[in-house]
Design a protein around this ligand. Structure first.
Ligand SMILES: [Zn+2]
Ligand SMILES: [Zn+2]
Ligand SMILES: [Zn+2]
Length: 93
């Protein structure tokens, strides 16, 4: 994790999109609405909690596959799926 923490750093969450400094409790940027806290997903292999932005499980190295939600029936499809496995709707890339 992080080594030495600089105490002069202002408290809060900085928006990765617009650089706005938001309060520590903020989940979304008050300026542009960008999500400040990464969503957590569970590794299907070892069960550890992994940031949804991570490409691999930080515990076992399993590649994390992003799920695509079908706009029509809400079924979750694997990343790279061209057509929904449930209803055949074309997936937006
Ligand atoms: Zn922002
Ligand atoms: Zn894992
Ligand atoms: Zn579907």
């Amino acid at each position: 994790m992080m080594g030495n923490i600089n105490t002069s750093v202002p408290k809060g969450r900085r928006c990765p999109n617009c650089n706005e400094l938001n309060s520590e409790e903020a989940s979304f940027c008050g300026e542009c609405g960008t999500r400040l806290i990464p969503t957590k997903v569970k590794c299907p292999d070892c069960g550890s909690t992994v940031d949804s932005d991570d490409k691999f499980c930080t515990s076992c190295g399993l590649p994390m596959v992003k799920k695509l939600k079908c706009a029509n029936c809400n079924t979750e499809n694997e990343e790279g799926t061209k057509f929904c496995r449930e209803c055949g709707t074309k997936m937006e890339v």
